[in-house]
Design a protein around this ligand. Sequence first.
Ligand SMILES: CC(C)(COP(=O)(O)OP(=O)(O)OC[C@H]1O[C@@H](n2cnc3c(N)ncnc32)[C@H](O)[C@@H]1OP(=O)(O)O)[C@@H](O)C(=O)NCCC(=O)NCCS
Length: 90
Amino acid sequence: MLLFRKDTDAARLYSICVDRNARKKGLGSALVRAAEEAAKERGWRRMTLEVEEGNAEALEFYEFHGFEGAGKLRDYYALGVHGLRMEKRL
Ligand SMILES: CC(C)(COP(=O)(O)OP(=O)(O)OC[C@H]1O[C@@H](n2cnc3c(N)ncnc32)[C@H](O)[C@@H]1OP(=O)(O)O)[C@@H](O)C(=O)NCCC(=O)NCCS
């Protein structure tokens, strides 16, 4: 799910999930690339997302796709469960 808002130049990758039995086959990467193309076509220059700090698989996946940490989100998911904002220039 990709969100666009008029008051920013950043598209927000809001939700991405691949069935557990189908992971590590490139499907997640195909979804990210499609989202990036859709954002660029609409003129968006950046993509942002939030990820749980302890979600090592997702962190590695996003770093693989060129996203970088852009700030810690304290208690974002629940008390003591912090998030990380990540960002990529398109
Ligand atoms: C994150 C997610 C969408 C990745 O989907 P995927 O289809 O497995 O991703 P890909 O097969 O395209 O992986 C591309 C690369 O990302 C990295 N990567 C992906 N999953 C990884 C894992 N479990 N462990 C380590 N690296 C991983 C690797 O570098 C991988 O390259 P490789 O396959 O050559 O090793 C999937 O793990 C998922 O649905 N997770 C649960 C939901 C979730 O956490 N979503 C993010 C919420 S913010």
